[in-house]
Design a protein around this ligand. Structure first.
Ligand code: SF4
Length: 486
């Protein structure tokens, strides 16, 4: 998502941590758990590229290595060989500038009376200020600025008050509001849990069909890479515990509706990951088909913005009969711009990212498909590059509705006034990015293409209808237009 990449580098203060992350857990006695966790994180690298970490458990002993950088930069063969044990917890993290330091890398390891816990978190709590005050009043100390540490400390405190691991985790979830998919290692076994709305994904797999060797991962692509078989999703409000006796499950919260982030479907998760027994690639094809139905245009060639716009572009081509082609070649190893936490690096990332194919584009009436526009700055640069390469007309089609509201649940979008669709009409955006026509997929079309209950998704960044209420204390940090209107 070209423009969300830009926008994901929004400002934030250190006491409101926000991240988009990949989590991985493995209970597999007699396997080289650290190596398997390494490959699992490798597959989840797209979810967070700023820091990575793995903790392994050998009885009560915890081995931990975490550092800034890509999974392949953080771990070497020799580092992995030091991480022995029968279970592993891994994390790949994205964060913004304020918490870009190794202390905030995960897993967070916290000691308790019955051994340490290691916690990896994907999501974002919305009540961090209250939670931190509450925990500090009870004498808890913090070494990081992350909400993930708060969850870990809250669980440790419940353990120290006499509860077992499951009871402690469930009690701690009672204080947490927002999005959290968690993988937690303990001396006893591995725990996986999701918030009552299941905003961020978490799946369960089994290794080699051996039911006592389980895997937890943010997406099914994290299972595939190590040959694990998908078993099922961790349900919203469910906690599972995996020990040498197998897996047990408790539905600790039942009242809330499922609200999976629809952006996971559109862009965030890898296209080869499965949701409801279907790859996201197939869903994204349907988004493109629906987009073509809603917003047809006469053209010679359909191209996608690599990589995330490509499946929808193919769908658009299928629905219209306009040829699909590659018009922009991605410099593969530059990385996605949103991973880079400085303005300087962001600018470099955009320049270095895409190269137009002049002979393909010359004289063509083009449809260019992308999955979203957030700020519009990158879109403008891409359109200019296409025109410089000789495109006669450039029609932009977006396979999601206009992004008008920020996310508070773990995707670090800009404040509302930076979102181009929050302040400008489609005609104004069309003029600003310099296209001959611009059209978005409708909200209804986006949800219809999921072929699932439309109420089972969070789509707040398109509607402002937040499934977990946003406290006033953090609302004004990003919902600046709404605050000034009220
Ligand atoms: S607000 Fe948008 S990005 Fe955030 S969880 Fe909801 S749908 Fe996803």
């Amino acid at each position: 998502m070209t423009d969300l990449d830009d926008s994901l580098l929004g400002e934030r203060s250190a006491d409101k941590p926000e991240e988009a992350c990949g989590v991985f857990g493995l209970y597999a006695p007699e396997e080289e758990v650290a190596k398997l966790a390494y490959f699992g994180l490798y597959a989840l690298q797209h979810r967070g590229q700023e820091s990575a970490g793995i903790a392994t458990f050998e009885g009560k002993k915890v081995h931990l290595h975490k550092d800034m950088g890509l999974v392949s930069q953080v771990f070497s063969e020799s580092k992995l060989s030091e991480l022995s044990g029968r279970l592993a917890v891994g994390h790949a993290r994205y964060s913004t500038t304020g918490s870009s330091r190794v202390a905030n890398a995960q897993p967070a390891v916290i000691p308790t009376r019955i051994g340490s816990l290691a916690l990896a978190h994907n999501g974002n709590l919305v009540n961090t200020i209250e939670l931190r005050q509450q925990l500090e009043k009870r004498g808890c100390d913090f070494v990081t600025t992350t909400d993930s540490e708060m969850i870990a400390v809250a669980i440790a405190q419940e353990v120290d008050s006499g509860k077992d691991w499951l009871e402690a985790a469930i009690a701690a979830f009672g204080y947490c509001k927002g999005a959290y998919s968690l993988v937690i290692g303990t001396p006893e076994g591995l725990i996986g849990a999701r918030d009552p709305n299941g905003i961020r994904p978490l799946v369960i797999g089994v290794l080699d069909g051996e039911t006592k060797r389980y895997v937890l991962a943010s997406e099914t692509c994290g299972l595939d890479i190590i040959g694990a078989e998908y078993l099922r999703d961790v349900r919203p409000g469910e906690i599972v515990q995996i020990t040498e006796s197998g897996m047990i499950s408790k539905q600790w919260a039942t009242s809330e509706a499922r609200k999976l982030c629809v952006f996971e479907m559109i862009y965030f998760a890898r296209p080869d990951s499965m949701v409801n027994e279907e790859s996201l690639y197939t869903y994204r094809l349907r988004l493109g088909q629906q987009l073509a139905k809603e917003n047809p245009v006469e053209a010679d060639l359909v191209i996608g913005v690599p990589d995330s716009g490509v499946p929808a572009a193919i769908g658009f081509s299928q629905a219209t009969g306009i040829a699909f082609g590659e018009g922009l070649i991605k410099n593969r190893y530059v990385g996605r711009t949103f991973i880079q936490p400085t303005q300087h690096m962001r600018e470099l990332g955009i320049k270095m990212k895409l190269n137009p194919l002049k002979d393909v584009l010359m004289g063509k009436r083009l449809v260019i498909v992308d999955d979203s526009i957030v700020r519009g700055t990158t879109s403008r640069k891409i359109v200019q590059a296409l025109r410089d390469a000789g495109a006669k007309e450039v029609h932009m089609r977006i396979s999601s509705p206009p992004v008008t509201h920020p996310c508070f649940y773990g995707i670090d979008t800009d404040s509302q006034d930076q979102l181009i669709a929050a302040t400008k009409s489609t005609a104004e955006i069309q003029a600003q990015i310099g296209v001959d026509s611009l059209a978005y997929l409708s909200w209804e079309g986006m949800l219809e293409a999921t072929r699932q209950d439309p109420n089972s998704f969070c789509s707040a960044c398109f509607t402002g209808d937040y499934p977990v209420a946003i406290p006033d204390s953090i609302k004004s940090s990003k919902l600046v237009l709404e605050s000034s209107r009220s």
